[in-house]
Design a protein around this ligand. Structure first.
Ligand SMILES: Cc1cc2nc3c(=O)[nH]c(=O)nc-3n(C[C@H](O)[C@H](O)[C@H](O)COP(=O)(O)OP(=O)(O)OC[C@H]3O[C@@H](n4cnc5c(N)ncnc54)[C@H](O)[C@@H]3O)c2cc1C
Length: 463
């Protein structure tokens, strides 16, 4: 590709302790944790609201946060869900057991309420939030980030800071820094397909007799198979859509796959949005025709962000792998524990892919009730970097573990740890890749994270 050299003088903004790029669950939790510890924090977000996939992507259910015995995900994420529930923004069927006790249980919520709660929590913590602001470049020296280049309606701005958290989901900041990342489709044979989610309304839940996403999967699979056999859809995707009850008449639909769409290619992403809107209409027609209680379903809207499941993963100080997961490994430096099954959606609509998915998600890749695996600190730190942390969907893991930890509660735990670590590094003059992890764990415990490991270590697990 030909290149063009851009030279211009750019205004320099005020300096911050921490700049967080991306306002999804990882970024919000990082910013809140750091601000509550006294940091001067800037949180930038490309869209006009916080929540990331949970709001702009209409992925309106929190994945399992407990393991049937204890609440594994507490801290800031526990606080967010509690407040969303207290204010009446969870589905009408939801009780606190959904997130604090139940095994393999999703907590559906209303995206508008979630946005509001995140606005409030960030304001209360004293975070400066800038919407419609995109990270476009970086200024680095060696493995130290000096500042980021942002763009919004005011033009370009250079923002210096002491520390940075990449919570963009796509590792945009880390990639711009030149740190090593793995890319789905380039470094792997497959890309887990995205989904353009929707909100549906006018559902007669009593007639449907169940929350179609959780208690009625066999029924729903039967309807779906019938429709596919009838040639109703433009593709033969037998993957069960999720229809989450978010109000007495509304549901969030997580249905349809854009096979082979590459989130790191703008044309592919753009074509995917067009295809996603077509598929949403097909699912609407499917529900109306085949599923009791949905005869009068209305399509309220598709999401403004494509629901990306997989794009980049950083190469971190540690790479969490499937053997760790299957061994239920606990780490001295774990910053969270989790129980979510490995959930790698079908890569295409072949029977082999459905067999693979059912085997993995239904049994081999699922931990039992009462169990958990640890998420170690080292997966947040790009190898050798001094003042840069990554949190959320793009941390350092293999593809299989990514299939578990890519979800909102895990992203939030990682964000809380990254924001806390950033403040510790400033206070104690420690770099990210040599941080005292025993001190970090003690602070996270004070801030209500559930970290059951008995032995702590001042040095992180590497490998
Ligand atoms: C279809 C689908 C269904 C899912 N279902 C569930 C579910 O039921 N439950 C669950 O818990 N999880 C689910 N997930 C996973 C989950 O929603 C995401 O993986 C999770 O939100 C990741 O959090 P994050 O903070 O890392 O990134 P995101 O939520 O993706 O947030 C990243 C934010 O960064 C912003 N951003 C990106 N680039 C820039 C830039 N250059 N400058 C400024 N801002 C930028 C984006 O606008 C976005 O707001 C699902 C995901 C998908 C795609």
């Amino acid at each position: 590709m030909k290149t063009f050299e851009l030279k211009r003088q750019v205004p320099i903004d005020s300096s911050y302790d921490l700049v967080v790029c991306g306002g999804g669950p990882a970024g919000c939790s990082a910013a809140i944790a750091a601000a509550r510890l006294g940091g001067k924090v800037l949180l930038i977000e490309a869209t006009g609201c916080l929540g990331g996939m949970g709001s702009s992507g209409l992925v309106t259910a929190f994945d399992p946060m407990a393991n049937g015995e204890v609440a594994l995900v507490r801290g800031i994420m526990g606080e967010i869900v509690q407040r969303v529930h207290d204010r009446g923004f969870t589905g009408p069927q939801v009780t606190p057991d959904f997130w604090s006790k139940n095994y393999h249980c999703w907590t559906p919520f209303n995206a508008e309420g979630y946005k509001l709660i995140l606005d409030e929590l960030c304001a209360e913590a004293g975070i400066e939030v800038r919407f419609f602001t995109r990270l476009i470049d970086v200024d680095v020296t060696g493995q130290h980030v000096n500042g980021v280049m942002l763009n919004n309606i005011e033009g370009h701005r250079y923002v210096p800071a002491k520390t940075f958290v990449d919570a963009t989901g796509d590792a945009v900041l880390t990639h711009l820094c030149g740190a090593a990342c793995r890319e789905a489709g380039r470094d792997t044979d497959h890309i887990m397909p995205p989904t353009l989610c929707s909100v549906m309304s006018n559902i007669h839940w009593q007639k449907a007799q169940s929350d179609l996403s959780r208690t009625g999967p066999d029924e729903q699979q039967k309807y779906l198979n019938q429709a596919v056999d009838d040639g109703f859809f433009s593709h033969t995707d037998r993957h069960l859509p999720g229809l989450f009850k978010i109000s007495p008449t509304m549901a969030a639909l997580n249905g349809g796959h854009m096979f082979h769409t590459n989130a790191l290619n703008c044309k592919s992403l753009s074509d995917g949005m067009v295809r996603g809107r077509q598929l949403a209409q097909e699912y609407l027609a499917f529900y109306r025709k085949y599923v009791p209680g949905c005869e009068n379903m209305e399509h309220a809207t598709t999401a403004s962000l494509m629901g990306i499941r997989e794009s980049r993963r950083i190469v971190g100080e540690y790479e969490l792998n499937v053997n760790d997961y299957l061994a239920r490994r606990q780490f001295p430096d774990q910053i969270g524990v989790f129980n979510k099954a490995i959930d790698i959606h079908v890569y295409d609509d072949s029977p082999e892919q459905y067999a693979r998915f059912c085997e993995e998600y239904g049994s081999r890749g699922r931990l039992n009730a009462g169990e958990c695996f640890g998420i170690p600190y080292g997966i947040l730190v790009p190898k050798g970097w001094q003042n840069l942390w990554v949190a959320g969907r793009c941390v350092s893991s293999d593809v299989q573990v990514h299939g578990s930890i890519r979800v909102q509660p895990a992203a939030s735990m990682m964000g809380q740890a990254a924001g806390t670590a950033a403040m510790q590094s400033i206070r104690n003059d420690e770099v990210a890749c040599e941080l005292n992890t025993a001190v970090l764990i003690e602070q996270l415990r004070k801030d209500h994270a559930y970290l059951p490991q008995s032995d702590l270590s001042p040095t992180m697990t590497r490998g």
